[in-house]
Design a protein around this ligand. Structure first.
Ligand SMILES: Cc1ncc(COP(=O)(O)O)c(C=O)c1O
Length: 393
């Protein structure tokens, strides 16, 4: 079975490009050129140079000794939180801004949930001197205020999305609307492995540097390239796709995907797509999504703005349906507890998105010899107010 996109962007039954006619030329141009551009030596050189000198890659693979002792397994953290701008998102925005330049686009739009992708996009636009507009749900603007300020300082315009749940899904709708109105000069930098083909595959390829580095780092530290498990949180699924990418075809490596159960899977307030989702189309892609019996999208909920999305990327829908990935849903409370534990045991305050991945340690029993890599997708600075409110700090 293949876990990579085919020519038409399908992973098994999921994926494709379900787009309005107005966007067809943009998506088609991108589809025809993205692999060719990514494989050009000058593109690779510029991408790798910026990842090294601007982002600070390779990000360390850190052996978490106290956490390992507590959970009786060998636990390594892939430190995407140490990247410039504080999360994995910048790997993709560096790649896409270079892609936009080669496609001759001079205006960038993006959607953002937690604000990390918005910040990463505003950052690369400042770096390249390109106009940037970021759409963000009104609720997310309130709960991720530091990131809104950062985007503004970086020169981006932040437009509130006022419809629906006023979160990531609605911001994405607004961005797509903008793109339909500005198809010629504008490139839409999608922030996850979602959207119409070729976005899921392109974003996964840009993020695949994460697993490429894990392999080399594990070889050095453990004498073998493959961990027993790789664990990552899944909003749309880009940090997870990057952490899994080079292990997808290696069946000995267990893939664990962690979704947000919010106040409980069956509470009516969650974003546990694999548990609750049915096949449907969202933002140009056929995937699993939370919907009512008559096909209307259910408003998602999670304490974490980056996981508050009613769907998952088509790769993840395929990993779930095929059984290649093990999907675990984590509540707000368990994620917050895990975030506090990581802070106390290792001196690392994680983004609340990443805290969900750490909560798996309490839910799943590993063997003492198991090498478990947890992708620490981002740092907790942006979430400090949420931690303060939750724990009464
Ligand atoms: C730190 C962090 N982790 C994870 C995510 C979820 O996105 P994805 O599933 O695409 O990695 C976000 C989204 O904003 C984020 O900021």
């Amino acid at each position: 079975m293949s876990y990579h996109a085919n020519e038409k962007g399908y992973y098994g039954e999921f994926g494709g490009a379900f787009i309005p006619e107005m966007l067809y030329p943009n998506c088609e141009e991108l589809r025809q050129k993205y692999i060719q551009i990514m494989e050009e030596p000058s593109f690779k050189e510029e991408f790798n140079q910026l990842l090294k000198d601007y982002v600070g890659r390779p990000s360390p693979l850190y052996f978490a000794e106290r956490l390992s002792k507590k959970y009786n397994a060998k636990i390594y953290l892939k430190r995407e939180d140490l990247n410039h701008t504080g999360a994995h998102k910048v790997n993709n925005t560096i790649g896409q801004i270079l892609m936009a330049k080669r496609l001759g686009k001079n205006r960038i739009i993006a959607e953002t949930g937690a604000g990390q992708h918005g910040v990463a996009t505003a950052t690369v636009c400042a770096l390249m001197g390109i106009e940037c507009v970021v759409y963000m749900g009104e609720i997310d603007i309130a709960r991720q205020a530091p990131n809104v300020a950062r985007m503004k300082m970086l020169g981006a315009e932040v437009h509130p999305a006022l419809s629906g749940s006023k979160t990531l899904k609605d911001a994405t709708n607004e961005a797509i609307r903008d793109w339909i109105n500005n198809p010629v000069d504008t490139h839409y930098i999608i922030g996850s492995v979602v959207g119409p083909h070729p976005y899921p595959d392109m974003v996964a390829r840009f993020q695949s540097v994460i697993s490429e580095e894990i392999k080399a780092q594990l070889l050095e530290k453990e004498g073998r390239e493959n961990p027993d498990y790789v664990v990552a949180c899944v909003g749309g699924g880009s940090n997870a796709a990057g952490a899994y990418y080079h292990f997808l075809d290696t069946s000995e490596v267990g893939i664990i995907a962690v979704e947000a159960a919010g106040k409980g899977i069956h509470s009516g307030e969650s974003a546990a797509t694999s548990a609750l989702g049915k096949v449907g189309i969202i933002h140009g892609s056929k995937t699993l999504l939370m919907q009512t019996d008559d096909g209307q999208i259910t408003e998602p909920y999670s304490i974490s703005a980056g996981l508050d999305y009613p769907g998952v990327g088509p790769l993840h829908a395929h990993l779930f349906k095929s059984g290649r990935g093990e999907f675990i849903s984590i509540t707000d409370d368990n994620a917050m507890k895990a975030g506090m534990e990581l802070s106390k045991l290792e001196g690392i305050i994680p983004a609340i998105e990443s805290s969900h991945a750490f909560a798996v340690l309490d839910q799943k029993k590993f063997e003492p010899s198991d090498v478990v890599v947890i992708n620490l997708s981002g740092r907790g600075d942006k979430d400090l107010q949420n931690y303060i409110d939750y724990f009464n700090l």
